[in-house]
Design a binder for this molecule. Structure first.
Ligand code: ZN
Length: 1024
């Protein structure tokens, strides 16, 4: 899956007239809850009426057979649900009112009274209500072999409240150990038919009874006799019904508009744990099986799935059953079904794979680029992995409503529109690169993740770290001129920031609860995972790395893996090829089993010799360790160290230059003739190309020599290491390892810097300073300093010329953004002029796509309601998704609180802003000085709604929490944050994000105290 930061996953929720929050999908949950409580602990449930409104009344008994087990159990269940973010449900079971009556009006038109048992005859149904869910894993007695699944979405009226789907499933199992039950996952599905269990070729029904374990999302089907190891059995679930809502997970509804008519499509997002919302199944990645899928659709629509269509059969009344070819052995989270009216463009790869790019018909002309790069990258991977793509076809499809960036469903990759659609001349080069990257990422998953799958979500990083690394390799193959491997360090430096916090987590992290699974789809799994893989390729060498991957993939194809499998494959490959580094596991365990990373301090005070030592980097060394993770290695790492000097200036390092610094070595002395005398402006530089996942520190003299080198001729230092010097210095200043005045020195040369990567690093670090100083008296002189540093680069790139190279366009975007935001007059004037030109002739937008974001923001910030309304109209009418994103961002730049408040309200109104974009809008408003406290107040005031709708099964809620709090830097803000956190019984899936927010705010406050005086005197010295 490709993350999409600042975007939202959630379904619609409304405030009903009696003030009770309920969303359509939650209605099902509440029904389930009511049911669970009713059958489990004897609480009475009445369903009064079944037409337009259903009233559900829960009356808690005062006793349950003379004791209060029922009450306790009910409360525990509520707490479990609440901890998952369903706080609306918890309000059904208030903590202290066990006899109260609560009425809930549901907007769903018809609700079938749920029946846990629909077999003929009376069967006992009971409910487990564990007080603490400690183990959510399925029993392993049964191994699924084949699913025969049929699904029928009903979405053909104009009233989405009536939408639903039904289905049936037959699962063939092989019994591994004797057992008396078949345990499957199920979530938000209502069983409406019968269940039967048969031994192969026998007709006797072995079904006895079934029960639900709601907390674990299990249905447990008991059999009359033991199932015997070594035999095959079939379970049939003849009919189930599920909600078809715009929930962005499971099987859900998306829509788009054509001439004021809403066109609906049904689509899926099963990852990580939502296949169970679509059909009862063993919804864990290790339970791989084959699938025979049939989708029922009306003749007006098309159906697509993982494999090619095998046959279509009419079922009468306009219904057609599309049966798809049997899938390879695969995990449930990779299944996909889409019913839509989309069109496609098509190509064929050299190896004969049919490759189609689907979109809504209006956007088909935007699919050409992703189709082209897709075909080329798929072919490249077949060669690189030396394993053919396992399916006969590959479909990519742009879905109008999508929570993540994209999802790697095998043979049917789903994308957010911005991640797949590209229109030359309208989309920016950044959008183009984003499309290429996401396509490359998802295609690499077809091997990494789909062919070989982590056996459990704790090794998610194996999937995502690899795909994130491979995305650079795939794009580099198609566009070598984009210098993707140089750009890599932008991601590396980004994740360094998060991984420098004590609230970080190890790459390999034990997870059990669904909230924990969703929470690890974060930058640590993706970008840190990719960074340590890049480091591994560096110390192993390209050939061993490539051949080792093939060994790993071939050895475990159609199977599952643990990270040790990868270490052994690479270690054995190294043994077979050059026998240099075979203890891959020993080295890599230090990078995956403990969080954070080291600083290598280089001591350099003798000619011909340096000494290195390591310590753990923490942005705030005094931060309190929450104690969630302990390091098995005492926060010491096996470090593949490399360096160069002012005499060598050798940046093209490879595996032969690596010196492994053992985790047990307190110091290591390295002697080499080419190390010059530690005098004058001679320098040593550690970590050339920043291949290693560590920072480097030196004594002040060496630091000053490096900054003098940048000032006299920065081009002798590789562009990556110019970025590294800035990023390391500023981060070490943050943690107190380095004097802030040294960090400030690294920016002095910037008026000569014309490369994007160092500017990107500077932008991140100085952007932070700028945000911290925004409301401080020092803001004025810092602004002048920034104007001075950006003006020469701005002179070069200007606003109205088109970049000659890809990276120059990136530079233009960054520099114009900096120059305009620090008020460089030429920039602001030009931006306003361009915007005015556009306003006077809306049909002809004269603004270069790469600088549109800046221009829209300047125009809205400097303008009034007219400019804002103009951008809003453009947003509403734009056909290209990434243009819509830029316009949405531009709208957040207004300086007027009235406008910003209006915009915040719009952000959670699905008629105004798509659900997927809500978080992005709120976070952007919070980044605006004038919007920061407005966004925070809005967040608090709408907590119930936001935490319910954004938190359930979503990692975007964390993004919202960290986004709106990231610039907090006053004691007042910290107190408010603490007070808010303390006031909540549960923070749901936002728990980690809130812990990080508290730490980040404290660290920002400390930063202000320590650094503002230094910055002030340094700016004074510089004459600002
Ligand atoms: Zn991914």
């Amino acid at each position: 899956m490709k993350r999409q930061d600042y975007y939202l996953n959630g379904d619609s929720g409304k405030m009903s007239s009696d003030g009770f929050y309920i969303s359509k999908s939650k209605a099902f949950i509440i029904v389930f809850l009511a049911l669970a409580v009713a059958v489990g602990v004897g609480i009475i449930v009445h369903f009064a009426g079944s037409a337009v409104n259903v009233e559900c009344v829960c009356t808690f008994p005062t006793t349950d057979g003379g004791n209060s087990v029922g009450e306790t159990a009910a409360l525990e269940l509520c707490k479990t649900w609440a901890s998952e973010g369903y706080t609306d449900i918890c309000s059904v079971c208030p903590n202290n009112r066990m006899s109260s009556t609560i009425s809930t009006r549901m907007t769903r038109k018809t609700i079938t009274t749920p029946r846990t048992n629909t077999t003929s005859g009376s069967v006992t149904t009971t409910q487990n209500v564990p007080s603490v869910v400690s183990n959510v894993r399925l029993p392993t007695a049964l191994k699924p072999l084949l699913y025969t699944l049929e699904l029928q979405p009903h979405m053909y009226t104009m009233n989405p409240d009536e939408f639903t789907f039904n289905g049936s499933v037959r699962i063939l199992f092989h019994c591994m150990e004797n057992t008396d039950n078949i345990t499957l996952h199920i979530n938000q599905l209502n069983l409406t038919g019968y269940i039967s269990v048969t031994h192969e070729n026998k007709i006797e029904d072995l079904y006895q009874r079934h029960e639900f374990d709601i907390a674990r999302q299990f249905i447990i089907i008991y059999t009359k006799i033991q199932l015997i190891a070594g035999r095959n059995y079939t379970v049939d679930i003849s009919s189930f019904v599920g909600p078809l809502v715009p929930g962005l997970s499971g099987l859900y509804i998306s829509s788009y508009t054509r001439e004021d008519t809403k066109i609906y499509l049904a689509t899926t997002m099963m990852a990580p744990i939502d296949a169970r919302k679509v059909f009862p199944c063993q919804d864990e990645p290790a339970f791989k099986a084959e699938f025979d899928v049939t989708i029922l659709r009306k003749e007006s629509k098309k159906a697509i799935s993982n494999t090619p269509l095998a046959q279509s059969v009419s079922r009468g009344d306009d219904w057609v059953a599309d049966k798809f070819e049997r899938t390879p052995k695969m995990s449930t989270y990779l299944l996909a079904f889409i019913i839509c009216d989309f069109n496609y463009t098509q190509n064929t790869t050299k190896s004969g794979i049919t490759y189609r790019a689907w979109s809504r018909p209006e956007a088909t002309d935007q699919t050409q680029y992703s189709l082209d790069v897709g075909v080329r990258i798929l072919t490249f991977y077949e060669k690189y992995f030396n394993i053919p793509y396992p399916l006969p076809k590959q479909d990519m499809i742009a879905i109008p409503d999508f929570a993540a960036g994209a999802m790697e469903n095998w043979g049917l990759i789903t994308y957010r529109e911005t991640a797949m659609l590209y229109q030359p001349g309208v989309s920016s080069v950044k959008n183009k690169q984003f499309v290429a990257i996401v396509v490359s990422h998802e295609l690499s998953h077809q091997w990494f993740g789909n062919l070989v799958t982590p056996s459990w979500w704790d090794d998610l990083w194996l999937n995502e770290g690899f795909a994130t690394y491979m995305q650079y390799m795939g794009v580099d193959h198609v566009h070598p001129e984009w210098k993707m491997f140089e750009q890599f360090v932008v991601d590396l430096q980004d994740v360094f920031n998060i991984d420098g916090l004590i609230s970080s987590h190890p790459v390999y992290v034990p997870v059990a609860h669904p909230n924990e699974i969703n929470a690890i789809f974060d930058k640590i799994s993706y970008a840190k995972g990719a960074s340590i893989i890049r480091m591994m390729r560096f110390f192993l060498g390209d050939d061993v790395f490539q051949h080792g991957l093939t060994r790993y993939l071939n050895g475990l194809r159609y199977d599952v893996a643990f990270h040790d499998d990868l270490w052994f494959a690479l270690g054995n490959q190294s043994l077979a090829e050059d026998n240099r580094i075979s203890n891959v596991k020993e080295i890599m365990d230090t990078w995956t089993l403990q969080m954070n990373y080291p600083v290598v301090k280089i001591t350099y005070n003798r000619t011909g010799q340096i000494t290195v030592e390591q310590h753990r980097y923490l942005q705030d060394p005094n931060a309190m360790d929450p104690g969630k993770y302990t390091s098995p290695f005492g926060y010491k790492w096996h470090i593949p160290f490399a360096y160069t000097t002012s005499d060598d200036k050798w940046f093209n390092v490879n595996s032969n230059d690596v010196i492994i610094m053992n985790k047990n070595e307190t110091t290591k002395t390295i002697s080499k003739n080419s190390i010059p005398a530690p005098t004058g402006n001679n320098w040593v530089l550690g970590n050339p190309m920043q291949y290693g996942y560590y920072r480097v520190n030196y004594d002040d003299r060496n630091w000053i020599a490096l900054t003098e080198q940048l000032k006299s001729d920065h081009t002798v230092v590789h562009v990556i290491n110019r970025a590294q010097i800035i990023d390391d210095a500023w981060s070490l200043a943050k943690s107190g390892d380095l004097d802030m005045s040294i960090a400030l020195r690294t920016t002095e040369y910037l008026n000569k810097e014309l490369d994007w990567i160092p500017w990107s690093a500077a932008n991140n670090q100085l952007g932070f300073v700028g945000s911290m100083l925004e409301r401080h008296q020092l803001n004025e002189s810092f602004t002048k300093y920034m104007q001075n540093k950006t003006s020469s680069a701005f002179e070069k790139v200007k606003l109205n010329s088109t970049g000659t190279t890809h990276l120059e366009s990136f530079l233009r975007s960054t520099i114009t953004n900096l120059a305009c935001s620090y008020g460089v007059e030429a920039c602001v004037d030009e931006a306003k002029q361009l915007f005015a030109q556009w306003m006077s002739s809306p049909e002809n937008n004269p603004i270069d796509p790469g600088i549109k974001s800046t221009v829209y923001c300047v125009a809205v910030a400097e303008g009034g309601i007219d400019e804002w309304e103009f951008v809003l109209v453009q947003y509403r009418t734009a056909n290209l998704a990434d243009e819509k994103s830029r316009l949405l961002e531009g709208l957040s730049c207004s300086k007027q609180p009235v406008i910003l408040s209006r915009y915040l309200k719009m952000a959670i109104d699905p008629n105004e802003i798509r659900r997927q974009d809500s978080v992005s809008v709120i976070v952007h408003i919070s980044r605006n000085t004038n919007g920061r406290s407005l966004a925070w107040e809005f967040f608090q005031a709408n907590w119930d709604f936001l935490s319910n709708d954004f938190a359930a099964g979503s990692f975007t809620f964390s993004t919202l929490v960290s986004g709106i709090t990231s610039l907090f830097n006053t004691q007042f803000e910290l107190d408010q944050l603490k007070e808010f956190v303390d006031s909540k019984a549960s923070l749901g899936s936002g728990e980690r994000a809130f812990a990080q927010a508290l730490e980040k705010t404290q660290s920002n406050i400390n930063w202000m105290t320590a650094n503002v005086p230094v910055i002030e005197s340094w700016l004074n010295d510089q004459g600002y």
